[in-house]
Design a protein around this ligand. Structure first.
Ligand code: NAD
Ligand code: MG
Length: 403
């Protein structure tokens, strides 16, 4: 008899949340949804509670009353909590075996860190937590024995292509025995790969929330189209796998079939391939070290006419260059990069700035006098990280107002 794995799903109402629920639905004999969180989508969270009957459901503070009354009206047994207290509570609850961290942005950091502190099996989609606090998160995992399994598709691909000993220990990657030379992150190149900088500059919100290969939340879609997503992923890879920026290379691969690669000293390149569908990496991490049927359409090798790999143009995709620069500078610079980007993406989505202004705002924040002392600082406490994050958000907002 297989034992049931109890799952806390943070960000259940989002795109990663939906893919995770699809997998749980397929394997109800092995997985039980213990707790969920949503932020503002009351209707979706109600539907999830009706279908999966979790013990706890967490909703954004401002939506609590509405959600609470609707849950009562449905006579559901699920306990309802506010985000401000509930997120950390369900992320570290004794009864949860696995925590899926799929909240978008810096808002996901505290609960991710709590899950790691509690020694959980952590399925990490929220790359922003590693960008903001990679050293702290990885160090805490080492102390508590938490297993961090990346479900970002590229990192999941690299993880799959690493020797087993290295999968569980990011201090081993440069040990001579394993012969690992480089990690290759693939990128789709987004919707503007074959468009000019000028077309990117004048892109509408509708164009920028559209992605050629992946169906994802709005923020990550915009990030993919500016290639900030690849920049954040580069930083994520450095922390997850214990390498420096120079050991991570980026290749644009518009077909999104090769999800990433590991280059070895003997000339081997090991790649993980598949149909672009997040159910593959999520399923891999859920069942790790076993495998799970995910319902993903298999690749048809005979239909793949060509696979291209293109060097990114870091002038056009300035966000990628800025992320590399931030990683080289230090923890503080990565916090600044992430916070400035989040504020700028939001401003773009509200029609306040142009798509190409996102890089401008990030660059200005990284060069801002008042933040100069923070660039190379390593932060050991969550409160200090959140404090800098808050300061940068205010500065970025001012920059947007005066752009
Ligand atoms: P999404 O926008 O579809 O969903 C985001 C989730 O976060 C929702 O459940 C929302 O309720 C919750 N949320 C938003 N703001 C919040 C706040 N302030 N407090 C608490 N909860 C909040 O996003 P997504 O595409 O599912 O992405 C989630 C994370 O996974 C991101 O970090 C993203 O970079 C990463 N990721 C996503 C994909 C993908 O295919 N969607 C792939 C790789 C990595
Ligand atoms: Mg990714």
């Amino acid at each position: 008899m297989t034992s049931i794995n109890h799952i806390t799903l943070l960000g259940a109402t989002g795109s990663i949340g939906a893919s995770t629920l699809d997998l749980i639905r397929l394997h109800l004999d092995s997985y039980r949804l213990f707790a969920v969180s949503g932020f503002s989508n009351v209707q979706r969270l109600l539907e999830i509670c009706q279908e999966f009957n979790p013990v706890f459901a967490v909703i954004g503070d401002a939506y609590f009353d509405e959600f609470y009354h609707k849950m009562r009206a449905l006579n559901l047994a699920t306990q309802v909590l506010k985000s401000s207290e509930g997120l950390d509570f369900i992320a570290s609850h004794d009864k949860a075996d696995t925590v899926v961290c799929a909240i978008v942005g810096g808002a996901g950091l505290s609960s991710t860190l709590l899950a790691v502190k509690a020694g959980k099996k952590v399925l990490l989609a929220n790359k922003e937590s590693l960008v903001m606090a990679g050293d702290l998160v990885m160090k805490t995992a080492k102390e508590t024995g938490a297993t961090i399994l990346p479900i970002d598709s590229e990192h999941n691909a690299i993880f799959q292509c690493l020797p087993q000993a290295v999968q569980g220990d990011n201090t081993l990657i440069n040990s001579k025995n394993f012969g690992i030379r480089k990690l290759w992150l693939t990128a789709s190149g987004g919707a503007f790969l074959h468009k000019s900088y000028d077309e990117m500059r004048t892109a509408s919100v509708a164009q920028a929330v559209n992605h050629p290969n992946w169906s994802m939340g709005q923020k990550i879609t915009v990030d993919s189209n500016t290639m900030m997503n690849k920049g954040l992923e580069l930083i994520e890879a450095c922390h997850l796998f214990g390498v420096g920026v120079e050991q991570v290379a980026v290749a644009i691969h518009p077909q999104s079939v090769v999800h990433s690669l590991v280059e070895y000293v003997d000339g081997s390149f090991l790649a993980q391939c598949g149909t672009p569908d997040m159910k593959t990496p999520i399923g891999y991490a859920l069942a790790y070290p076993n495998r799970l049927a995910s319902g993903v359409k298999p690749l048809n090798l005979f239909e793949m006419a060509k696979l291209e790999f293109i060097k990114p143009d870091e002038k056009k995709f300035a966000c990628l260059a800025l992320a590399k620069q931030a990683m080289k500078l230090g923890n503080g610079a990565c916090i600044i990069l992430n916070a400035a980007n989040e504020v700028a993406v939001e401003a773009f989505l509200k029609g306040k700035i142009k798509l190409t202004d996102i890089a401008v705002v990030v660059e200005k924040c990284l060069a801002f006098d008042e933040l100069a002392n923070e660039l190379t600082t390593s932060f050991e406490k969550l409160v200090d990280i959140l404090d800098l994050d808050k300061r940068v958000r205010k500065i970025a907002q001012l920059m947007i107002d005066y752009l």
